[in-house]
Design a protein around this ligand. Structure first.
Ligand code: C2O
Ligand code: CU
Ligand code: CU
Length: 453
């Protein structure tokens, strides 16, 4: 996206018909008419202001996922950008927080490690249908140190936003509850307790794309922007050889050193920065990115066709970064459960037995304190913390898994698992969130308030 002035962007949220399936126009809720929304590229420490204008038929909220953002620009779920005339006709969930306006400036200091961030809708009770209908886009933060490493760049750096969707016969997106939240629809809610899945896998808005590559290293910056689908990615050649996935970064930027995986699990909202080397793959043959957790069509994600031999001046240094925080001596240890429970007389999803309530403060942390959080899950829950990146200390009482390396903002808890994370709550005071990033779980209540004071 081109700035309108240095550090200033404008995005109009509007309904647009976008061709996703060949020859079919699908009406979407968009950032600026496209899906994904326009990618914003920023430099570390250079503040950016994005003016969002809401021309959609519903209120919206913009959150920059992974951003270290002052609370008033973090996209609190009741801090709405209203469409025209909305407030005259609808009760507001939290009248104190609501700002009646059609446009809103979100300011991001971006004083943080370079990373692949993403922006998406975060309206209370309606995040899942809004992101499903298209309200998601990428925001890449860069800096000189990262660029000096010699990693694959330019056309050999590919951000890949992976998201599954379901389509009705007429090409419209299929979502089980359009005008009401799942939380308020007991029958519908019970059918979608695991979240809403689609049978079409989109990468950057295209179904199962095929991308031509050189026989060289590529940097794949992978985001799982699905509402609820988990993936386990593998890169398979036509000859059945598995190409190593060399992980160089996590949610919050570069690792200290590369970690090589045969397969990489990817929960909703997680990002993995991975280098794949197509040298040695015969020209004219393919490498498929497959999903080991899928079946039939959802077992395929995309394919690369090695179109030509090429020179490769890129490298993957043994030391990628030296600025990863290593916190210790936590001021306190807290525990939170992420479990099913009762909401409005039916099944819902709860943090410590309670559904989200914007009027309640669940956790208060003094600015600058280091804390260890023990997170306990009943089923799969990708737990995301706003404001503060964290490191994984343990899973199930054991050391973290290889893909837990680096600085993260989302940890994918497996069924019955307890994990410990450590972070320092610094940067900004104010009201933030932590929640399950299964978007339906979030809308069904699995979200809590964190107040940094
Ligand atoms: Cu990606 Cu609270 O969100
Ligand atoms: Cu977030
Ligand atoms: Cu969940």
């Amino acid at each position: 996206l081109k700035p309108v002035a240095p550090g200033r962007y404008e995005i109009t949220q509007r309904v647009a018909e976008v061709e996703i399936l060949p020859g079919i126009r699908t009406p979407l809720w968009t950032y600026g008419g496209t899906f994904p929304g326009p990618t914003i590229e920023s430099r570390r420490g250079r503040p950016v202001t994005v003016t969002h204008r809401n021309e959609l038929p519903v209120p919206t909220v913009v959150h920059l996922h992974g951003g270290r953002t002052p609370a008033d620009s973090d996209g609190y779920p009741t801090d709405l950008v209203l469409p025209r005339d909305w407030a005259d006709h609808h009760p507001m969930p939290d009248p104190r927080a609501v700002r009646t306006r059609l446009t809103r400036d979100y300011t991001f200091p971006l004083d943080q490690r370079p990373a692949l961030l993403w922006y998406h809708d975060h309206r209370m009770d309606f995040t899942a249908p809004a992101t499903w209908r298209g309200l998601a886009g990428l925001h890449i933060v860069r800096d000189d140190a990262e660029e000096a490493l010699g990693l694959p760049s330019g056309a050999r750096e590919l951000p890949l936003m992976i998201a599954d969707r379901a389509f009705a016969a007429d090409g419209t997106l299929d979502y089980p509850s359009v005008d009401a939240t799942l939380r308020d629809r007991p029958g519908v809610r019970e059918s979608f307790l695991g979240g809403v899945l689609g049978d079409v896998v989109l990468v950057n808005g295209a179904p199962w794309p095929v991308h031509e590559v050189d026989a060289a290293r590529y940097r794949l910056r992978i985001l799982n922007a699905s509402n609820a689908r988990h993936y386990e990615l593998e890169a398979l050649t036509d000859a059945g050889r598995r190409l190593p996935l060399v992980q160089i970064g996590a949610d919050q930027g570069l690792l200290a050193a590369p970690v090589t995986h045969a397969a990489l699990p990817l929960g909703p909202a997680e990002r993995y920065d991975v280098v794949v080397d197509f040298a040695g793959v015969p020209v004219g043959s393919r490498v498929r990115l497959v999903n080991r957790l899928g079946s039939g069509r959802t077992a395929e994600v995309m394919a690369f066709v090695v179109a030509r031999g090429a020179r490769d001046g890129s490298r993957v240094p043994a030391v990628l970064s030296t600025d990863l925080p290593s916190w210790d001596s936590p001021a306190r240890v807290r525990e939170f459960s992420f479990r099913a429970g009762q909401v409005n007389g039916g099944h819902g999803w709860l943090v410590d037995g309670l559904p989200f309530d914007p009027a309640r403060t669940d956790v208060t942390v003094p600015l600058g304190d280091v804390e260890v959080w023990r997170l306990v899950a009943d089923v799969h829950h990708p737990v995301h913390l706003h404001l503060a990146g964290f490191r994984v200390l343990s899973r199930g009482g054991r050391p973290p898994l290889p893909h837990d390396a680096g600085l993260k903002d989302t940890i994918s808890l497996r069924p019955g698992e307890a994990a410990e994370i450590i972070t320092r709550f610094d940067g900004h005071r104010g009201r933030y969130l932590f929640h399950c990033h299964n978007a339906e779980h979030e809308d069904m209540g699995m979200m809590a308030n964190l107040e940094v004071v």
